[in-house]
Each structure stands twice: as C-alpha cells, then as structure tokens.
Design a protein. Structure first.
Lengths: 555, 295, 238
C-alpha cells in the first residue's frame, strides 16, 4: 500500500494531522488548501479542554519539512475526473506574488503598505494590509483581488468601479464606452436590471449601496438625449466566415455585437415580427419603451448584423439549411413557454399564460380587461403581468402566492411598486382548480397554506391547511410560475445534447454544444434568468465562436 | 475557507452617512390607462452626487511600495497564477465548518454594538499570536471587560453542530477565566441538559463560570457601551448587564467542501462524522474517499 | 498694477516643485492662506509640472482639511507670465477671501493652538513615504495604469488618497500622543477626539507591526507605548 498518492483537501488542524499520519505511513501526500496559508492554532470543538492544551496547534514545521508532503495553498479545484479507481484533478493556484524562498519575514512590506483592509484572518479584529501574512511560517501574499465585489457579482463582470468613477469625473462618454466594452445594451439593462451588484455593494454596510444601475442608465440616456452619435467601432475588413444567430434577444444580439467587433459578420433570424426577444416581448412598455430599445438595437445591428425578422426556424428555413450555409450557429432562442399549473380546468377560456399575456400586450393587442384578474406567482414576470393588467384597466388585480412576501423571488422594489399602484396580494394561497361554465372560467378554487418546518435548504415549505378551500371569482387568470425554452425547432436528428431542464448543454469554456460549430447561451442554455446573464453568455459565446472559426481556418 | 470576504471599512469618510439618490418617477395617477415609462432615471445633478458616493473599495493599489522596500527582493509582480495537474489514488477531505454571520439572530445586535462579538473573534483574541496579542479586550475601547456573557446566537441546529458550538463556547469561557481571574463569566444556551450530563467530569474544570439553560430575548446597549441582557429561563425573566457579549454562532458544513464532495461523487448528507472525536479517518461509501473528523 | 501688501511671494522654478509639506509649513509659520499660482495646463516648461502641482496641492488640502483647517485657505490657480491683470485679480480675490475668514483658527474647524498641533501632525504624515509614494503615482495610475495594468479614475485616486490621509493622520496623532507617556486606548480617543473603536484598531495594527508595544495594565486599561526601536527611528526622522 506504500507509495500511494494521497490528496488531502483542507489545511485545518484535522487535515494537517491526517497529512502527517499518511506521510508517516509512507504515502505521497499533497495537502491542498483554498486559504492563502495553512491554518494556525484553534480551540478544540469536540471536547472540553483541560490543563495546558488550550489551543490545538498543528505541527506546521513537521508538515513543511516532511519529504513526503507537498503543500499547495490558495488553490481551487477546477476539474475532477475519477477513473479506474484513481482521480485526476486540475488545480488553480493563485499567485502570492512573493517569492517565499527569498522572503525573510522582516515585515518591512507590511510597515509601508498604505492600504489598511478588513482583517479577514482575524475575523475583523484589527487591520491587515494589502500585502500580509496569514501565518508567517507559511508565507506572505499580496492579496490582489481579481475584481471588486460589485464587478465579481455582476454576471457580465462590468467594470463598475471604473464607469462609476468616470461619471464622478464628469466623463460620461468614456464611462459609456467602458460599459460597452462588455455590454452593448446599456440603455435597456440600465432600465430593467435587478442589479445584484447593488445588493453586494460594500457601501450597504455603512448607509445605502451605490445606485449602480441607474447610473449606467444615466450615461446611456445622456447620449440619447443629447443625440450624440454612438461610435461604431469595427475592423476595416471583415473575415469571410459568416455566423448564423437564431433569436434576436439579449444573448443573440450581444453575441452578434462582439462577433462584429472581432471582424465576423452575422445573420440574425428572429421568429417574431420585431427584434429584442424578452426585452421587446417580455418586459412591459412602461419599464422599457420600444423606441428606446429599437434605438439601441439599430446601433448594435449597424456593427454588422443582418437582421431577418418573421423567420421561424423549422418553418421558414430549416435548421439543416442554416448549418450548411453558415460556418457557425449560435442558438439564443430564450425561454418563451409558460409553465402549466397542472390543475383542472386550465384549458378554459380566460386562462392566459403570463409570458403570452405580456407578449400580446407588448404587441399592442387589445386586452379584454373585464372585472377581476388573478395573477399566480411571485416572480418578476408575475409582477409585470399584474402591473400591466392594472394599466389595462381591470377592476381588481390580485396576486396569489403560496408562501409569504418574505419568500417572494420578485425584486422587492417591484413588489412595492405593484402594491403602490393598487395591486392586491394574497399570500399563502395555492390554486387547485379553475371553475367555470361552458368553457369560460368564472373563478379559481384555492387552498390556504401555512409554512412548515424548514427543509435542507433552509426554506420553509408551504403545506395546505385542511378544509380551507375557497373560491376567488374572476374572469381572467394569468399563471406566471416560470418559463422553459421551446426547442421544437431543433430537428430530431440534430444530435444536440439537451438537459433534463429542456435547455442546451454547453461546454462553459467556449459555449459550444456537443455538435461542433453549434453554440448556445442565454435563457435557452441557463434556463430563465436575468437579462444581463444572457448578455454575458452571448459575449462569452462570441469569444468561443471566434476561437472556433480561427482554429478551423488554420487547419 | 474563502478569504475574499466583503471588505468592511473603518475610517469614516466625511460623506458617510449620505442617503443614496433616488430616480425620478411619474406619480401613480398618471400611470393608469397608458404604458408610459414610469422611472425616468437621474438628472445630471443626481448622477454626479450618486457617482461620488462610490467608495472605490480598498484593495491592493499595485503601487509597488512594498516592492521598493523589500530588501531581499522577494516581491515579484510578474508572478502568475499556476495551473497544476495532480493524480491521486486516495482523496481525504477535511471538511471543517463555517459559521455564517447572517444566521445570527438579529435581536442580539451583532454589528450594531461594538461590544458584541462572535465566538470566532473571541478565539482570535484568545490566541497569543492574535490581533490583540492574547489580551481579551472590549472592541469598543480596548478596556479589559469585568463581565463576559456567552450567548447562543441561533434558534436550533442539528445535535452534532449544536454540541460543537457548545464545546467551542465553553472552552472559550474557560480560557477567558484563565486570563481574567476576577471577571464574572456567564454562559447562556439552550438544550444544555444532555450535554452537561455527558461532560460532567470535564465540566468540573469550570471555575466559577455560570452555565445556565436560558435564552437571551433582548439586548440593550447602555451608555457605557456595556450591554443589558434580558435573560429568560424556566419561565422567569431577569435583566443583567455585561461588558462584553460573545455570540455562539451556528456551525455548518462549508459550502466549498460540499461542492468538492459533489464533484467527487460523495454524498455529504451524513454529518454524523462531525461528532466523532480524535483524528481518525472516517470511511465513506467509496474506498478511495475518506473524511477526517473535526478535532 | 497694485495688489495687497499682505501677500508674501515665494518664487519657485515650477509649481511642480511645491511639496505638500510646504503648505503645512506656511501655516505653521503664521500664514493665514496659501495660493499656488502656476502656468496653464499644456504650457509647462517641464511638461507636466503643473499637473503634479495640482495633485500635490489637492493632497495637502485634504490632509490639512482633515487636520481641522478650512480648505478655503488653500487655492490653486493658473496664470501665464503675460497675464498680469489676471495675476492681480487672483491675488486680490484670494486676499479678500482670507480677510473675510480672519486669522488662522477663526473660520476653521479647530481653534488655535490645537489647530497648529494638528497641522504639525499633518506635516509629518505628508512627509512620510506612504502619501508621497502614492501621490507620486497619481498621473501614472490615471493614464497608463498600475502594476497590474488597471487604470484609475480621478475619483478613485482621490478616494484612495483620502483613506490613506485618514489612516496616516490618525496613526501619527496616536504615536505623538503615546510618545509623551504610555496611554490607554480610551484616553487616547478622548484626547484626540477620535472614536475609541478606531483608535483601538490603529493601536492593534501598530502593535502587530512592532511599532507599538504593551507597557503594562493599569486597572482595566492596557497601556501602550511606542516600541523602543521605532521610538529611535521616529526621533531620528523628526
């Protein structure tokens, strides 16, 4: 058994002890720790101390000197493959930027470092500096964060610190250019984003977070209001390869934009009459006006995207034809199919799905706004449907949700705005049957719920209250409980891997599906998610496509 | 396990606190019957004010002052991240626990009152190599506290995790007693009876430490920055003030270990190993995967 | 052309020669206001001297503002050698403003002599490597970027300098107070009018770097002193 290779994850005292034990038994030990430095002393948590054994101090010297132990700190596992009873791992080790062989622990660097930081090694008691040690015996590090917390939280990793700083300096055009390095949809995202960056913002600890999203909107609006011509920067000559983009939504257009910047023209096929995808047909007009969106899309397309609307794949042009005509295909068709409630009477007249309802409203189709409307769901689509219904003139708008306001996944400000506008909320209610006459719904039979014990994820599951059935009278019911992609356009023989969530499976290093040359991102790859995530996916897929086309040409 | 915690600031800028700017929006009565845009964003004045609120979070400046001062020339800004390929016949995971602060009951005022700290902060303070050089200090003014209360900061946890939290807390109380022979030390927690019975012998070492099955229902800061606790036990209530309050946080499996074990195909739902003592290895359903117990 | 006789002109080769400590010195020597007048941007004989000057005057203003001085007492203006009238109007306007404010200590956050004590500390901080090094990097960071190739905006640079100014001033105040006698955190905080938790963090940070050490415990108060070795260094530097 000797000479076997052992990897130990976790440099806490238990891991260190295990490393020594294994090494003594003749194993080749690698000790992997994600923290920059091995753990120091700590207080036991499984017994009561007595006498002098107050702190358990791992025998660090022995570990560091042992010939059979190799220590790798600041390491993250990137990939694991288990085969034939052994493991292959790929690790990323963050550089310390300090040569630990040369460092003599003189502390000169921490004396001069001008930056005092939150001392995460000591739970915030005292300070540490930007260059510091966790445990002097295991070495110094320059702790260079890859990104500030706002940028790291943003799905598109926008350089928020820079573009907000540029606004503070009064350099609006430069700020907008900074945003456009990673995102073409500044006008639209600046209006609709639920801004996870603001939730993460450190200023939230002091008073309130920075209003990052509205600042982004400000610079984009500034360009629009001052009627400044937005710069179109593309290479002088385009490559001869062409890319097909299916779906002119946030993901598809972002992908086309970055392809054009890299010198590849694309043709974008859109099934609906106008481009924009969920921006156009999912987000209500009062949140994102169509003229604003179209201004942005026109600008994006002027980079080198040939837009063909009213072209449905599988009907107007076959998928095989596209694969034959183009060098690469990007699939960004979104998730436009509403989930069913799976209750009796759901096919009655008066029941219209949230996504369909919003699409019709955005197309300007008249809404039969009579009497009362019930919206089911607690997400942002439900809030949009409720607020659109209220505008359309329904007498009463009710939102039914099976948990409480605290558990609602919609953005709190959207809930507040809906309440403010007079939308009524009923919590802890679940629908069980649509009731009606002659195929027209007249009401919804519901059950009261109560919150039970927390489950493994800590969420308290709603459980029905027995005998609490009641009927809410209404002529219209809008279920908005989630969407999934419509993949019916994909021919049976395409061979593209589809996950059990009915989304495309891609390799996240290049966003290519298992079929060479076919890429995908956006809601059709991630499942329903926020717009900026689709934009981020579109950009990364564009990078993948460019790499793919280059490698194909060089062959 | 992860060191990229959110930075918290210590110096007070002159513009803190300063409320954030709000976007302009049209009144509710103008919204019905049309689809006009509701939010109108910022005007220039608001945008500038808001952008100037950005703190440009503290980080390594890349100024290279350390590099200029380093005599042995050990600092090298050109060093890059490394990618390593490893192979192994056996993998051992030492899971460790993390103690998320957002689980701490809000009425205990952690973060609001300087003299309320967590058990992990106390652990660092007790350490000779810790930030205070081994002194137990009040974070408000650096004074040595004359009374310390340990308070359970969560409603309920799995039995093993609860036990682990109690061990840490009691051990810290014992260490505080060694440093402060004259201080009044109290320990308030729930579900103590079984634990006390099991550890009867070891608990003899408790030197005038009050250990009581009780819940702290309220915490009020006093002018002296000491804290007045409302303690409920056996249906009765009393108030008592302490110079320093240490919150027992709820331990749970660190999420990155969970992710790792998922990648390796190991089901981490059995947490029974956490209660085991000593440093022995625990076998899993896979021959080549093992776990260590928490020390 | 005439201007007030209350003005003392100090000539330099270039405003780039202005050192942040000089502004502190001026106030310590009894000036009630300082105006730095340099060439217009783009006209500098030494290419970027006036840009450097603007940054350095800005830094000194922030440090002295933090020390309790009214920042209006410092001004940075530009005027070429051919604009005599402009020079006169700058000087006259500034002189007028200072006269309205009155002598040092009258329109400032702190009164004399406390203000001069704090200005002396600001001078020490402005003369130390941290602020000098970072302010020297200002142009480089905002144009070509730092060691990692990250470009800074002016806003970020000033925020960063603000944080360093605050850290440095507090640190040197604490050290100068401690040099008189070993002191407890709460007494230091009371004397320096700083929040006690901040003083504690600075003291612990200094202790960790070996600049401050524990002198003893009096009642419930640990007393801290400047560590012997670094006391010599500080004395030497002063």
């Amino acid at each position: 058994m000797s000479g076997k290779r052992v990897i130990i994850f976790g440099g806490d005292p238990a891991g260190v002890a295990a490393a020594l034990e294994q090494a003594e038994a003749g194993m080749q030990v690698t000790l992997v720790e994600s923290f920059p430095g091995l753990g120091g002393e700590c207080i036991p948590q499984t017994r009561i101390i007595s006498g002098d054994d107050a702190f358990v101090d791992p025998n660090m010297e022995a570990v560091l000197r042992h010939p059979n132990i190799r220590v790798i700190d600041s390491a993250q596992v990137q990939k694991t493959v288990a085969s034939n009873g052994n493991f292959q791992l790929k690790l990323k080790r963050r550089t310390p930027r300090v040569d630990r062989e040369k460092c003599n622990d003189c502390k000169a660097c921490i004396k001069v470092c001008p930056i005092h930081m939150y001392d995460d090694f000591n739970e915030g008691v005292g300070f540490r500096t930007a260059i510091d040690y966790f445990n002097p015996r295991t070495g110094y590090n320059i702790f260079k964060e890859d990104m500030p917390i706002c940028q790291a939280t943003c799905p598109a990793n926008l350089d928020i610190r820079s573009y907000v700083g540029l606004i503070a300096d009064g350099k609006y055009a430069e700020s907008l250019a900074k945003i456009r390095e990673r995102l073409p949809f500044a006008l639209s995202i600046g209006r609709v984003c639920p801004h996870p960056c603001e939730t993460a913002c450190n200023r939230g600890y002091m008073d309130e977070p920075i209003s990052i999203c509205t600042l982004k909107r400000y610079v984009a609006d500034y360009e629009m209001k001052e009627d400044i011509k937005a710069p179109v920067e593309v290479p002088d000559e385009f490559h001869k390869e062409k890319v097909a983009i299916i779906g002119a939504g946030p993901a598809g257009l972002t992908c086309g934009y970055f392809l054009a910047k890299a010198g590849y023209k694309s043709v974008c096929f859109e099934a609906l009459p106008e481009p924009g995808g969920m921006f156009r047909y999912g987000i209500p007009e009062y949140r994102l006006p169509t003229p604003t969106l179209m201004r942005e899309i026109d600008w994006i397309c002027s980079h080198g995207i040939d837009l063909r609307c009213n072209t449905r794949i599988g009907k107007d042009i076959s998928f095989e034809q596209i694969q034959k005509d183009f060098d690469a295909v990007f699939l960004g068709v979104g998730a436009h199919l509403g989930m069913k409630l799976q209750i009796k009477g759901e096919d009655m007249k008066g029941v219209v799905d949230g996504v369909d309802f919003l699409r019709d409203a955005n197309m300007g189709k008249p809404v039969n706004a009579k009497g009362k409307v019930i919206v089911i769901g607690g997400g942002n689509v439900a809030m949009d449907a409720a607020r659109v219904s209220w505008r359309a003139g329904f007498e009463e708008v009710h939102v039914l949700y099976r948990r409480t306001k605290k558990e609602m996944p919609a953005s709190p400000w959207e809930i507040d705005a809906a309440e403010h506008e007079g939308v009524k909320f009923q919590y802890l209610v679940a629908p069980i049957e649509v009731v009606g006459e002659n195929g027209q719904m007249k009401g919804l039979k519901c059950l009261r719920m109560e919150l039970g014990e927390p489950d493994a994820s800590g969420r308290r599951r709603p459980v029905p209250v027995e005998g609490s059935e009641f009927i809410v009278e209404a002529e219209t019911l809008i279920p908005a409980i989630g969407q999934r992609p419509d993949l019916s356009f994909v021919p049976d023989g395409s061979g593209i891997d589809i996950t059990r969530w009915n989304t495309f499976a891609v390799n996240h290093s290049n966003y290519m599906t298992n079929v060479p040359g076919v890429f995908s991102a956006g809601d059709v790859e991630t499942g329903p998610d926020i717009a900026i995530k689709a934009c981020a996916g579109g950009r990364k897929a564009a990078d993948g496509i460019v790499r793919y086309l280059r490698s194909k040409r060089s062959k | 396990m992860t060191y990229e915690k959110k930075g918290r600031y210590i110096v007070e800028f002159q513009d803190i606190p300063k409320a954030r700017q709000h976007h302009i929006e049209i009144p509710v009565e103008e919204r019905i019957g049309n689809n006009n845009e509701v939010e109108l964003g910022f005007d220039e004045e608001r945008a500038l004010k808001e952008a100037k609120r950005c703190l440009s979070c503290r980080r390594c400046l890349g100024c290279a002052l350390c590099w200029a001062e380093c005599k042995p020339e050990a600092i090298n800004f050109e060093m890059q991240d490394e990618y390593l390929d490893l192979e192994a016949d056996t993998i051992i995971i030492s899971p460790g626990v993390e103690r998320p602060l957002n689980r701490v009951a809000p009425h205990l005022g952690l973060g609001k009152n300087q003299n309320v700290m967590t058990d992990l902060q106390m652990e660092r303070m007790l350490s000779q190599t810790g930030p205070s050089g081994g002194l137990v200090l009040r974070p408000y003014d650096g004074e040595i506290p004359m009374s310390v209360a340990f308070v359970q900061g969560y409603a309920s946890a799995s039995p093993q995790m609860h036990k682990s939290a109690l061990f840490l807390g009691i051990n810290e109380a014992i260490l505080v007693r060694r440093k402060l022979p004259n201080a009044q030390i109290s320990f308030f927690a729930q579900d103590l009876a079984a634990f006390m019975e099991e550890q009867k012998d070891a608990l003899k070492a408790l030197d005038k430490i009050e250990v009581r099955e009780a819940a702290v229902t309220a915490l009020e800061p006093l002018e002296s920055q000491s804290l007045q606790l409302t303690i409920g036990s056996n249906g009765s209530q009393e108030t008592k003030s302490f110079d320093l309050v240490v919150i027992l946080t709820q331990p749970q499996l660190a999420p990155d270990v969970k992710n790792l074990s998922k990648k390796l195909g190991l089901d981490m739902s059995y947490a029974s190993f956490l209660a085991q003592e000593g440093s022995g290895l625990i076998s899993t359903d896979k021959d080549t995967l093992k776990l260590t117990a928490i020390l | 052309m005439q201007y007030s006789t209350d003005i003392r002109i100090i000539r330099l080769m270039c405003t780039g020669r202005v050192d942040p400590t000089m502004l502190a010195d001026a106030f310590l020597e009894g000036a009630d206001g300082v105006v730095v007048v340099g060439c217009h941007f783009g006209d500098c004989h030494y290419i970027s001297g006036n840009y450097q000057a603007k940054v350095k005057v800005g830094l000194a203003t922030r440090a002295l503002d933090y020390a309790g001085l009214n920042p209006e007492r410092i001004s940075f203006s530009q005027c070429s050698s051919a604009e005599g009238d402009r020079f006169v109007s700058i000087i006259t306007g500034f002189d007028q403003k200072i006269k309205e404010m009155g002598p040092l200590g009258s329109a400032d956050r702190l009164p004399l002599p406390k203000l001069t004590e704090k200005i002396a500390i600001a001078k020490t901080a402005l003369g130390k490597e941290k602020l000098r090094w970072v302010v020297g990097k200002f142009t480089e960071f905002t144009t070509t970027g730092n060691k990692y190739g990250e470009k800074f905006t002016d806003h970020e640079m000033w925020r960063t300098l603000d944080t360093i100014v605050m850290d440095e001033l507090a640190t040197f105040e604490i050290l100068s107070e401690m040099q008189k006698a070993p002191a407890a955190v709460k007494d230091l905080a009371a004397r320096l009018e700083l929040p006690p938790p901040h003083v504690l963090k600075y003291v612990l940070a200094l202790q960790r770097r070996g600049i401050v050490s524990l002198a003893g415990i009096e009642g419930n108060s640990p007393l801290y002193q400047v560590a012997e070795k670094s006391a010599q260094q500080t004395a030497h530097a002063a």
